[in-house]
Structures are given as structure tokens and as C-alpha cells.
Write a protein that binds this ligand. Structure first.
Ligand SMILES: Cc1ncc(COP(=O)(O)O)c(C=O)c1O
Length: 381
């Protein structure tokens, strides 16, 4: 009877109180009872996104809202600048390609953050670019991109919007949608929102609504205008994942109770503890210069397949961490630290990694990483 621990960058663990809220008998979504819940959720989302604009909610995984961000603002043949520094940067490019949007890709080495100057240069060379698409946190590499500084650049251009995939950024670290001029911010339920997969979100600025008016790409399910009209009546255009919305109300209440700053501080502390523990064990980080507080990507020791590490951690110790994606498969493993996680989730992750490495024949001193993490984690209030 192996106890299991989920330390992957989505899905993430769920608070038992949220699970109980979602286990209650289903209610109908065209009722005053649901409308009251959704009204509270709408307000909570604005608080979380730091926006006064509507945050649209869709029943889909995060990619649905990413696709909607493209199809609702752009037209066939439009040009978009895509930061491609990992699996999810590639996804922006793929979505654009599927809809006939021309992409200018800024290829960033996996593990590095984009330089805002590169974006400024690309915009200068392509003044007709309608959008810049980026990740706040590139989950495949554990990199945090400088979206605040990119916001400053794009804000000054009336003909260009900034579309940010914050699927593993929102609720992890500070993202000031309105203040930073982030025109569309996309999120998903299964990361820092501590819910099962199945909901996606998109905040839309007034600048972006102007683009929606001119957009000619086809859309039906992810139609922002239709969804906005429904949201303003505390409804959804289509049958929503009612149970998840009920769970989201519980999550948003808890996030408000803890306070965003304290959540960001807790995540940053867990992330630092993880990084320092890895270094203490002699392991190399994939993104040492611009690490995301959502997930730490770690290179497997020379000669050891990262898949062996993740399998061993799961099979022997019930600890689920993620492997690498794309060309990093077998080369890295990723430990998440966001959402319903705290001090001892991190200790469990590091301790099981130390034991795993030793059992796989890697020379490590047991407790060395754990001790370093404890020093950092015990400094919190
Ligand atoms: C940064 C980022 N973008 C996009 C996605 C895709 O989201 P989904 O799998 O919910 O469609 C993920 C999921 O891991 C992600 O981490």
C-alpha cells in the first residue's frame, strides 16, 4: 500500500476541502444558485489576475484558451511574434500555423529566458506584427520570462497586443495584468489553481477587445464576445464544468484568505529550497539564470537516464515528478512547487530523490540536499 505524492507541474495536489466542495450533488447551471457562485468566481478571478477587465472562463484544458486568444484577436495572414524557448512556446507557433497566422519566431535556447531587447528588435523589423505571444513561465524548461518588461515595450504600440500564457505563472508569482499592460493572460485550472484539469481562463484588455472587433479567424466554442455577453449575466455560453466552478469558488476564497503576496512568498521559498538542494547534491539546473517559481528543471547526472530517476521515485517511493519534454526527454526531470504544496512536500521530493540517486549508483550524501532545503524552509514565518 504505497502512499503517493504528486509533485508534477500540473495536475497539482488538491485541498481536501475543495474535493469535498466538488463532491456535493451537482446543481443546474441556469439557476440563481449557480449564478451566485459564478458571480463570486468572476470577482475572485479579477483579484487573482489583478485586472478590472472580465476574465473569461472556458470548459477546456489551458490550450483551449490559448487557441481562443489567437482566433479571437487575429485574422488570416496576420503576423505574430512568438517566443519559442520550450514546448509551450512551440505550441503558440503551432496554433498560429493551424489558423494561417504567419509567425516570426524568436528561438531561445531551452533553459534561457528571452531578452526583451530581442522582442523590441523583432517588433522594429516587423512593425505590422499584430501580436507578441509568450509564456510567463515555460513549464518544459522551468524558465520565467520577463513579461513585465515586454509589457512596457508592447504597451507603446497601438497596433500590437501582448498575449501571455500564464498557465504555470498565474497564482505562482506576481503577474499584474492591468499594470503591466498584458492584453490577454491565459491560465488553466490544474496548476496553481489547485483543481483538476478542465477549466481555462483568459483575461482580455480593452486594447485586445478592439482587436476582437477586427478579427476574422473562425471561432465557435471559444468565442470571446459570446462568452463575455454570458459572463455579464453570470452565466456561461455553454454547459460549464459545474463541479469545477464550485471547486474554484473554494480555491479563490482560500487564495484570498492567504493573500497573493504570501502565496508568492511561499512558492518562491519552496523554489529556492529545491534549487539549492539540487546544487548541494551536485546536480545542475537547466535554468539557473531565470528560474520559474512554479517548477525546477534539473539535469540528470552524467550517464543516468532521467526517466530511470522519475520511474524509480514513483515505483519505489510513490513520488511523482515529471520528466523532460521534446529533446530534453531522458535528460532532465522536473519538480513542481506551486499550489497546494508546502514545506514537507519539498522535503519528500528531495529526500526521495537522494535515496533514488544512491540506489541508481550515483554518489550522493543522504540528507545533504534535505538539510540545505530545511535551512531555507525554516526561515519562513
Ligand atoms: C506553460 C503551459 N502552457 C500550456 C500548457 C497546456 O495546457 P493544457 O495541457 O491544460 O492544455 C501547459 C500545460 O502543461 C503549460 O504548462
Amino acid at each position: 500500500m504505497l502512499k503517493s505524492y504528486l509533485l508534477t507541474p500540473g495536475p497539482t495536489p488538491i485541498n481536501p476541502s475543495t474535493l469535498l466542495a466538488m463532491a456535493r450533488p451537482i446543481i443546474h447551471h441556469r439557476t440563481s444558485e449557480y449564478r451566485a457562485i459564478f458571480q463570486e468566481v468572476r470577482e475572485g478571478l479579477k483579484y487573482l489576475f489583478k485586472t478590472n477587465n472580465e476574465v473569461l472562463l472556458f470548459t477546456s484544458s489551458g490550450t483551449g484558451a490559448m487557441e481562443g486568444a489567437v482566433t479571437n484577436t487575429l485574422s488570416p495572414g496576420d503576423k505574430a511574434i512568438v517566443v519559442r524557448g520550450g514546448k509551450f512556446g512551440e505550441r503558440w507557433q503551432e496554433i498560429c500555423a493551424a489558423y494561417g497566422v504567419k509567425t516570426i519566431c524568436i528561438d531561445v535556447e531551452w533553459g534561457k529566458a528571452v531578452e526583451p531587447e530581442e522582442i523590441a528588435k523583432a517588433l522594429e523589423a516587423n512593425p505590422d506584427a499584430k501580436a507578441v505571444l509568450i509564456q510567463a513561465s515555460e513549464t518544459s524548461t522551468g524558465v520565467k520570462h520577463p513579461v513585465e518588461r515586454i509589457g512596457e515595450i508592447v504597451k507603446a504600440l497601438p497596433g500590437t497586443i501582448l498575449i501571455v500564457d500564464a498557465i504555470t505563472g498565474l497564482g505562482v508569482f506576481d503577474i499584474r495584468t492591468d499594470e503591466w499592460g498584458l492584453d490577454i493572460v491565459v491560465a488553466g485550472s490544474q496548476k496553481a489553481l489547485m483543481l483538476p484539469p478542465g477549466l481555462s481562463f483568459a483575461s482580455v484588455s480593452s486594447k485586445a477587445w478592439g482587436f476582437v472587433e477586427g478579427s476574422k479567424l473562425p471561432k465557435f466554442y471559444f468565442d470571446f464576445k459570446k462568452e463575455l455577453a454570458s459572463a455579464q449575466k453570470n452565466e456561461n455560453a455553454f454547459t460549464p464544468a459545474v463541479s469545477l466552478v464550485v471547486g474554484l469558488r473554494d480555491v479563490l476564497r482560500r487564495m484570498k484568505e492567504e493573500g497573493l503576496d504570501r502565496i508568492f512568498e511561499r512558492n518562491a521559498r519552496m523554489a529556492m529550497a529545491t534549487r539549492e538542494a539540487m546544487k548541494a547534491l551536485g546536480l545542475e539546473l537547466l535554468a539557473p539564470e531565470s528560474p520559474s517559481e512554479a517548477v525546477t528543471a534539473v539535469k540528470a547526472p552524467q550517464g543516468v537516464d532521467a526517466g530511470k530517476i522519475t520511474n524509480h521515485m514513483w515505483e519505489k517511493y510513490g513520488v511523482r515528478v515529471a520528466g523532460g519534454q521534446g529533446h530534453l526527454k531522458g535528460k532532465i526531470f522536473r519538480i513542481a512547487h506551486m499550489g497546494f504544496m508546502d514545506t514537507f512536500d519539498i522535503i519528500i521530493g528531495i529526500a526521495s530523490l537522494e535515496m533514488t540517486l544512491r540506489e541508481l549508483g550515483v554518489k550522493v550524501e543522504l540528507g545533504k540536499g534535505v538539510r540545505v532545503a530545511q535551512e531555507i524552509l525554516s526561515h519562513g514565518s
